[in-house]
Design a protein around this ligand. Structure first.
Ligand code: GLU
Length: 303
Protein backbone atom coordinates (compact mmCIF):
# COMPACT_ATOMS: atom_id res chain seq x y z
CA UNK A 1 0.00 0.00 0.00
CA UNK A 2 1.22 3.52 -0.83
CA UNK A 3 2.21 5.57 2.19
CA UNK A 4 -0.38 8.27 1.43
CA UNK A 5 -3.15 5.65 1.26
CA UNK A 6 -1.90 4.09 4.46
CA UNK A 7 -2.01 7.43 6.28
CA UNK A 8 -5.55 8.08 4.96
CA UNK A 9 -6.62 4.67 6.21
CA UNK A 10 -5.11 5.29 9.65
CA UNK A 11 -6.77 8.72 9.81
CA UNK A 12 -10.15 7.05 9.09
CA UNK A 13 -9.57 4.29 11.63
CA UNK A 14 -8.70 6.60 14.49
CA UNK A 15 -11.57 9.03 13.69
CA UNK A 16 -13.71 7.84 16.64
CA UNK A 17 -10.83 8.76 18.98
CA UNK A 18 -10.54 12.37 17.84
CA UNK A 19 -11.37 14.51 20.84
CA UNK A 20 -11.00 11.59 23.30
CA UNK A 21 -8.98 12.31 26.46
CA UNK A 22 -8.46 15.81 27.76
CA UNK A 23 -6.23 18.71 26.74
CA UNK A 24 -3.46 19.80 29.11
CA UNK A 25 -5.00 22.55 31.20
CA UNK A 26 -2.20 23.25 33.68
CA UNK A 27 -0.78 25.52 30.98
CA UNK A 28 -3.85 27.70 30.21
CA UNK A 29 -2.73 28.62 26.67
CA UNK A 30 -2.76 24.91 25.75
CA UNK A 31 -6.28 24.39 27.08
CA UNK A 32 -7.70 26.50 24.25
CA UNK A 33 -6.62 24.11 21.47
CA UNK A 34 -9.38 22.20 19.62
CA UNK A 35 -9.08 18.60 20.95
CA UNK A 36 -10.47 17.04 17.77
CA UNK A 37 -7.46 18.03 15.66
CA UNK A 38 -5.48 15.16 14.18
CA UNK A 39 -2.51 15.12 11.82
CA UNK A 40 0.21 12.65 10.91
CA UNK A 41 3.35 13.00 8.76
CA UNK A 42 6.03 10.54 7.75
CA UNK A 43 9.44 11.65 6.47
CA UNK A 44 11.55 8.98 4.81
CA UNK A 45 15.29 8.74 4.37
CA UNK A 46 15.07 9.83 0.72
CA UNK A 47 13.75 13.22 1.84
CA UNK A 48 10.11 12.54 0.93
CA UNK A 49 7.41 13.64 3.34
CA UNK A 50 3.79 12.49 3.33
CA UNK A 51 0.95 13.58 5.57
CA UNK A 52 -2.77 13.62 6.17
CA UNK A 53 -5.26 15.53 8.29
CA UNK A 54 -3.98 18.59 10.17
CA UNK A 55 -0.38 17.74 9.37
CA UNK A 56 0.61 21.27 8.36
CA UNK A 57 -0.90 23.09 11.34
CA UNK A 58 1.64 24.22 13.97
CA UNK A 59 1.17 23.03 17.55
CA UNK A 60 3.14 23.41 20.77
CA UNK A 61 5.91 20.79 20.76
CA UNK A 62 6.39 20.92 24.55
CA UNK A 63 8.45 17.96 25.75
CA UNK A 64 9.31 16.78 22.25
CA UNK A 65 11.83 19.66 22.29
CA UNK A 66 13.77 17.64 24.89
CA UNK A 67 14.95 15.19 22.22
CA UNK A 68 16.62 18.00 20.31
CA UNK A 69 18.24 19.76 23.28
CA UNK A 70 19.63 16.38 24.31
CA UNK A 71 21.02 15.88 20.80
CA UNK A 72 22.69 19.32 20.89
CA UNK A 73 24.32 18.60 24.25
CA UNK A 74 25.45 15.07 23.35
CA UNK A 75 26.84 16.29 20.03
CA UNK A 76 29.27 18.37 22.10
CA UNK A 77 30.19 15.79 24.74
CA UNK A 78 28.91 12.41 25.89
CA UNK A 79 30.44 12.39 29.33
CA UNK A 80 29.68 15.50 31.35
CA UNK A 81 25.90 15.26 31.15
CA UNK A 82 25.73 11.71 32.50
CA UNK A 83 27.30 12.80 35.77
CA UNK A 84 24.30 15.07 36.31
CA UNK A 85 21.36 13.02 35.00
CA UNK A 86 20.58 9.29 34.76
CA UNK A 87 19.11 7.26 31.92
CA UNK A 88 16.62 4.93 33.58
CA UNK A 89 12.84 5.10 33.26
CA UNK A 90 11.34 6.95 36.20
CA UNK A 91 8.00 5.18 36.60
CA UNK A 92 6.84 8.46 38.17
CA UNK A 93 4.91 11.42 36.74
CA UNK A 94 7.00 13.74 34.57
CA UNK A 95 6.97 16.56 37.11
CA UNK A 96 7.44 14.49 40.28
CA UNK A 97 9.59 15.82 43.13
CA UNK A 98 9.62 12.67 45.27
CA UNK A 99 12.25 10.65 43.38
CA UNK A 100 14.51 13.67 43.16
CA UNK A 101 14.91 13.83 46.92
CA UNK A 102 15.69 10.11 47.22
CA UNK A 103 18.29 10.43 44.49
CA UNK A 104 19.89 13.60 45.83
CA UNK A 105 19.08 16.00 43.02
CA UNK A 106 20.13 13.71 40.13
CA UNK A 107 17.07 13.23 37.87
CA UNK A 108 16.35 9.75 36.55
CA UNK A 109 16.50 10.62 32.85
CA UNK A 110 16.73 13.59 30.42
CA UNK A 111 13.04 13.47 29.45
CA UNK A 112 11.28 14.02 32.76
CA UNK A 113 11.08 17.73 33.54
CA UNK A 114 13.91 17.69 36.09
CA UNK A 115 16.24 15.92 33.67
CA UNK A 116 15.32 18.21 30.80
CA UNK A 117 16.04 21.23 32.99
CA UNK A 118 19.56 19.85 33.56
CA UNK A 119 20.02 19.38 29.79
CA UNK A 120 18.88 22.96 29.15
CA UNK A 121 21.21 24.20 31.90
CA UNK A 122 24.08 22.36 30.21
CA UNK A 123 23.15 23.76 26.80
CA UNK A 124 23.11 27.31 28.25
CA UNK A 125 26.64 26.73 29.55
CA UNK A 126 27.68 25.60 26.08
CA UNK A 127 26.00 28.17 23.84
CA UNK A 128 24.37 30.87 25.98
CA UNK A 129 21.00 31.33 24.28
CA UNK A 130 19.86 27.68 24.28
CA UNK A 131 16.41 28.18 22.76
CA UNK A 132 17.81 30.21 19.85
CA UNK A 133 20.37 27.46 19.19
CA UNK A 134 17.55 24.92 19.28
CA UNK A 135 15.42 26.99 16.88
CA UNK A 136 18.37 27.19 14.46
CA UNK A 137 18.66 23.40 14.45
CA UNK A 138 14.92 22.88 13.99
CA UNK A 139 14.70 25.46 11.20
CA UNK A 140 17.64 23.91 9.36
CA UNK A 141 16.37 20.34 9.66
CA UNK A 142 12.72 21.08 8.90
CA UNK A 143 13.56 23.51 6.09
CA UNK A 144 11.05 25.92 7.66
CA UNK A 145 12.74 29.26 8.39
CA UNK A 146 9.52 30.58 9.96
CA UNK A 147 9.57 28.34 13.06
CA UNK A 148 9.11 30.46 16.19
CA UNK A 149 8.63 30.37 19.90
CA UNK A 150 4.94 30.99 20.69
CA UNK A 151 5.36 33.82 23.21
CA UNK A 152 1.82 33.43 24.49
CA UNK A 153 2.45 29.78 25.45
CA UNK A 154 5.86 30.62 26.94
CA UNK A 155 4.25 33.39 29.01
CA UNK A 156 1.47 31.07 30.11
CA UNK A 157 4.02 28.48 31.25
CA UNK A 158 6.03 31.11 33.11
CA UNK A 159 2.89 32.34 34.86
CA UNK A 160 2.04 28.80 36.06
CA UNK A 161 5.51 27.56 36.89
CA UNK A 162 5.37 26.63 40.57
CA UNK A 163 6.23 22.96 40.01
CA UNK A 164 9.08 23.61 37.57
CA UNK A 165 10.42 26.34 39.88
CA UNK A 166 10.36 23.87 42.76
CA UNK A 167 12.18 21.20 40.73
CA UNK A 168 14.88 23.63 39.59
CA UNK A 169 15.47 25.15 43.01
CA UNK A 170 15.55 21.67 44.52
CA UNK A 171 18.29 20.55 42.13
CA UNK A 172 20.17 23.82 42.75
CA UNK A 173 20.07 23.00 46.48
CA UNK A 174 21.96 19.77 45.69
CA UNK A 175 24.54 21.71 43.64
CA UNK A 176 23.25 20.29 40.34
CA UNK A 177 22.52 23.57 38.55
CA UNK A 178 25.20 25.69 36.83
CA UNK A 179 23.17 28.73 35.77
CA UNK A 180 20.63 30.90 37.64
CA UNK A 181 17.27 29.20 38.11
CA UNK A 182 15.41 32.06 36.38
CA UNK A 183 17.65 31.83 33.30
CA UNK A 184 17.25 28.06 33.02
CA UNK A 185 13.47 28.24 33.35
CA UNK A 186 13.14 31.07 30.85
CA UNK A 187 15.08 29.06 28.27
CA UNK A 188 13.19 25.86 29.12
CA UNK A 189 9.78 27.51 28.68
CA UNK A 190 10.88 29.00 25.38
CA UNK A 191 12.10 25.64 24.04
CA UNK A 192 8.84 23.92 25.06
CA UNK A 193 6.76 26.68 23.43
CA UNK A 194 8.20 26.30 19.94
CA UNK A 195 5.35 25.74 17.48
CA UNK A 196 5.84 23.14 14.73
CA UNK A 197 3.62 21.14 12.41
CA UNK A 198 3.79 17.36 11.99
CA UNK A 199 5.57 18.00 8.70
CA UNK A 200 8.23 20.18 10.38
CA UNK A 201 8.72 17.74 13.21
CA UNK A 202 8.99 14.59 11.07
CA UNK A 203 11.65 16.29 8.93
CA UNK A 204 13.50 17.66 11.97
CA UNK A 205 13.69 14.23 13.60
CA UNK A 206 14.95 12.45 10.53
CA UNK A 207 18.61 12.48 11.67
CA UNK A 208 17.62 10.03 14.40
CA UNK A 209 16.30 7.60 11.78
CA UNK A 210 19.39 8.24 9.63
CA UNK A 211 21.86 7.09 12.30
CA UNK A 212 22.86 10.68 13.09
CA UNK A 213 23.13 12.12 9.56
CA UNK A 214 21.40 15.39 8.79
CA UNK A 215 19.35 15.90 5.65
CA UNK A 216 22.28 17.57 3.89
CA UNK A 217 24.42 14.48 4.57
CA UNK A 218 26.55 16.10 7.29
CA UNK A 219 26.86 14.46 10.67
CA UNK A 220 24.70 15.75 13.54
CA UNK A 221 25.54 12.82 15.81
CA UNK A 222 27.62 9.67 15.53
CA UNK A 223 25.58 6.54 14.87
CA UNK A 224 26.35 5.48 18.43
CA UNK A 225 24.93 8.71 19.82
CA UNK A 226 21.82 8.41 17.64
CA UNK A 227 21.36 4.84 18.85
CA UNK A 228 21.56 6.04 22.43
CA UNK A 229 19.00 8.82 22.01
CA UNK A 230 16.63 6.36 20.35
CA UNK A 231 17.14 3.97 23.27
CA UNK A 232 16.29 6.68 25.80
CA UNK A 233 13.22 7.62 23.77
CA UNK A 234 12.09 4.00 23.84
CA UNK A 235 12.59 3.55 27.58
CA UNK A 236 11.76 7.06 28.86
CA UNK A 237 10.06 9.03 26.08
CA UNK A 238 6.38 8.63 26.85
CA UNK A 239 6.14 9.57 30.55
CA UNK A 240 5.39 6.73 32.93
CA UNK A 241 3.72 4.80 30.10
CA UNK A 242 6.91 3.98 28.15
CA UNK A 243 6.31 0.25 28.73
CA UNK A 244 2.78 0.49 27.35
CA UNK A 245 3.99 2.56 24.37
CA UNK A 246 6.70 -0.02 23.59
CA UNK A 247 4.07 -2.77 23.91
CA UNK A 248 1.60 -1.09 21.57
CA UNK A 249 3.83 0.77 19.12
CA UNK A 250 7.27 -0.80 19.48
CA UNK A 251 9.50 2.07 18.33
CA UNK A 252 11.32 4.95 20.07
CA UNK A 253 8.94 7.84 20.73
CA UNK A 254 8.76 11.15 22.57
CA UNK A 255 5.48 12.77 23.47
CA UNK A 256 4.56 16.24 24.69
CA UNK A 257 1.57 17.64 26.56
CA UNK A 258 0.65 19.63 23.43
CA UNK A 259 -0.53 16.28 22.03
CA UNK A 260 2.38 15.63 19.67
CA UNK A 261 4.48 12.47 19.44
CA UNK A 262 7.70 12.05 17.47
CA UNK A 263 8.41 8.39 16.64
CA UNK A 264 11.57 7.08 15.01
CA UNK A 265 11.98 3.93 12.95
CA UNK A 266 15.77 3.63 12.68
CA UNK A 267 16.96 3.10 9.11
CA UNK A 268 13.50 3.89 7.68
CA UNK A 269 11.61 7.02 8.64
CA UNK A 270 10.54 9.56 11.20
CA UNK A 271 6.84 9.99 12.07
CA UNK A 272 5.13 12.93 13.75
CA UNK A 273 1.55 12.71 14.93
CA UNK A 274 -0.59 15.31 16.68
CA UNK A 275 -3.92 15.20 18.44
CA UNK A 276 -4.38 17.28 21.61
CA UNK A 277 -6.59 14.93 23.69
CA UNK A 278 -4.31 13.26 26.27
CA UNK A 279 -4.71 10.08 28.31
CA UNK A 280 -4.09 10.08 32.07
CA UNK A 281 -0.34 9.61 31.59
CA UNK A 282 -0.11 12.65 29.26
CA UNK A 283 0.15 10.87 25.89
CA UNK A 284 -2.11 11.71 22.94
CA UNK A 285 -4.96 9.16 22.77
CA UNK A 286 -5.47 9.32 19.01
CA UNK A 287 -1.73 9.78 18.44
CA UNK A 288 -0.73 6.56 20.19
CA UNK A 289 -3.55 4.69 18.43
CA UNK A 290 -2.40 5.99 15.04
CA UNK A 291 1.19 4.89 15.68
CA UNK A 292 -0.07 1.51 16.87
CA UNK A 293 -1.94 1.12 13.54
CA UNK A 294 1.08 2.36 11.60
CA UNK A 295 3.57 -0.17 12.97
CA UNK A 296 0.99 -2.96 12.83
CA UNK A 297 0.04 -2.29 9.19
CA UNK A 298 3.63 -1.76 7.98
CA UNK A 299 5.32 -4.36 10.20
CA UNK A 300 7.95 -1.69 10.94
CA UNK A 301 8.17 -2.02 14.70
CA UNK A 302 11.76 -2.57 15.88
CA UNK A 303 10.61 -5.82 17.51
N1 GLU B 1 6.54 22.69 29.41
C1 GLU B 1 5.89 21.56 29.99
C2 GLU B 1 6.21 21.50 31.47
O1 GLU B 1 7.27 21.77 31.86
C3 GLU B 1 6.34 20.32 29.28
C4 GLU B 1 5.58 19.16 29.72
C5 GLU B 1 5.54 18.05 28.73
O2 GLU B 1 5.26 18.22 27.55
O3 GLU B 1 5.80 16.93 29.20
O4 GLU B 1 5.38 21.20 32.28
Amino acid sequence: MELNQLLERITDEIAPLRGAGSVADYIPALARVDPSRFGIAVADLDGGVHGTGDWEIPFSVQSISKVFTLALVLADSDDVLWQRVGREPSGSPFNSLVQLEHERGIPRNPFINAGALIVTDQLISLVGDASTELLALLRAESGNADLRVDDEVAGSEAAHADRNLALTHFMASYGNMRNPVATVLDQYFRQCSIAMSCRDLALAGLFLAAHGLRRDGSSMLTSRQAKRINAIMLTCGTYDAAGEFAYRVGVPGKSGVGGGILAIIPGRCSIAVWSPGLDKRGNSVAGVAALDHFTTLTGWSIF
